[in-house]
Write a protein that binds this ligand. Structure first.
Ligand code: NAD
Ligand code: TYD
Length: 354
């Protein structure tokens, strides 16, 4: 086994932040296996493209012979599994890709990893880790005064996306219980930060606000999410990978519940401040639109376990994190231009036209 981590989905939002952070802070080599769907973007990783410790492999986690060959060739000591279809609205319009990648893809990966792991020698078998990156959405929706989700909250996924992630979580759990595969699962709340594809609320609102376009808020805007700055999520994953107890799940959150409307107003005010407002507040662009079908009302995370066991807490406050994020999107026009062409425009037109 080599000091190598196989990251899946490393060209996406969180995966690319994770790879860049770990290349800076750790000595492990990283192999990034990514299919480069609409959400994958190699520009995110330009800073390390020529690093000896980094390798990109273009491929699908469901391609078993490719995964087998890769495991044999690179002999990783850990897998960090980010690859997924990740957008709830897309899962509502077309769930099939979510089953193909999140369920079938995770299953294929687990099967190949199990075969690789089973023939490792004793200490290597014990040291190996499969870390599965999941979401708070598997727990369903909370009422206004319900306690936050804990690791023992029963699963109650409501969207096709959440159902596909829940299914994959269950497979990961079963591979530990049945075969003894040394797995770890993290369930994290909504992330925000650089490199997030602008179909998601925060980057969508920043860019529309910049351009003076309508800011679509679903329903009454009172839905609540817990928000975590992406670098904090990546640091939490690294902690779980090195010190998490095998077979356990860890909830990761920002202790930061916000209503959507408050997020959108905060972004309006920041864009006004950073890009100039010519006297007209961008809050005037807020447009309430038809609600998402089955829209979960509230998510909240109890991240006590990871704090108690692994001494992890977010470093960034929402105020500092959102400021960095707004600035990043305003300053990185080329990145934005690159991702907002072609298929992106098509999505925005289809999804928001009605
Ligand atoms: P993303 O959509 O930005 O990136 C997903 C990446 O996976 C892309 O690079 C894509 O090309 C790749 N991919 C998709 N299908 C693939 C396949 N079959 N084989 C190989 N690569 C494939 O997603 P993200 O926001 O970075 O999320 C990463 C992970 O974290 C997902 O598993 C998601 O469920 C989970 N998560 C996300 C959030 C969030 O707020 N974004 C919160 C909690 C958990
Ligand atoms: P999103 O970023 O899609 O994340 P998730 O659905 O995984 O939580 O959405 C965050 C919240 O913002 C969610 O309650 C839906 C809402 N939302 C809008 O109000 N308008 C939008 O255009 C989008 C994309 C999301």
């Amino acid at each position: 086994m080599e000091n190598t981590i196989l990251v899946t989905g490393g060209a996406g939002f969180i995966g690319s932040n994770f790879i860049l952070q770990r290349m800076e802070r750790d000595s492990a080599s990283i192999v990034n296996l990514d299919k480069l769907t609409y959400a994958g973007n190699l520009h995110n990783l330009e800073a390390i493209t020529n690093e000896r410790r980094y390798e990109f492999v273009h491929g699908d986690i469901a391609d078993r012979s490719l995964v087998r060959g890769l495991l044999e060739r690179r002999k990783p000591r850990a897998i960090v599994h980010f690859a997924a279809e990740s957008h709830v609205d897309r899962s509502i319009r077309g769930p099939e890709d979510f089953i193909r990648t999140n369920v079938d893809g995770t299953f294929a990966l687990l099967e190949e990893v199990r075969a690789y792991w089973e023939v490792l020698v004793d200490q290597e078998r014990a040291d190996f880790r499969f870390l599965h990156v999941s979401t708070d959405e598997v727990y369903g929706s909370l009422g206004p005064s319900d306690p936050a989700f804990s690791e023992s909250t029963p699963y109650a996924p409501n969207s096709p996306y959440a159902a596909s992630k829940a299914a994959s979580d269950h497979f990961v759990r079963a591979y530990h219980h049945t075969y003894g595969l040394p797995v770890l699962t993290t369930n994290c709340s909504n992330n925000y930060g650089r490199f997030q594809f602008p179909e998601k609320l925060i980057p969508l609102v920043i860019l529309n606000a910049r351009d003076g376009k309508p800011l679509p808020v679903y329903g009454d805007g009172q839905n609540v999410r817990d928000w975590l700055y992406v670098a904090d999520h990546c640091e939490a994953i690294a902690n779980v990978l090195t010190r998490g107890r095998v077979g356990e799940t860890y909830n990761i959150g920002g202790w930061n519940e916000k209503r959507n409307i408050d997020i959108v107003e905060t972004i309006c005010d920041m864009v006004d401040e950073m890009a100039g407002s010519r006297g007209a507040s961008r809050r005037n662009l807020i447009t309430f639109v038809k609600d998402r079908p089955g829209h979960d009302r509230r998510y909240a995370m109890d991240a006590t376990k990871i704090e108690r066991e692994l001494d992890w807490r977010p470093v960034e406050t929402f105020e500092s994190g959102i400021r960095k994020t707004v600035r990043w999107y305003l300053e990185n026009e080329e990145w934005v231009r690159d991702v907002t062409s072609g298929s992106y425009r098509q999505w925005i037109e289809t999804h928001y036209s009605s």
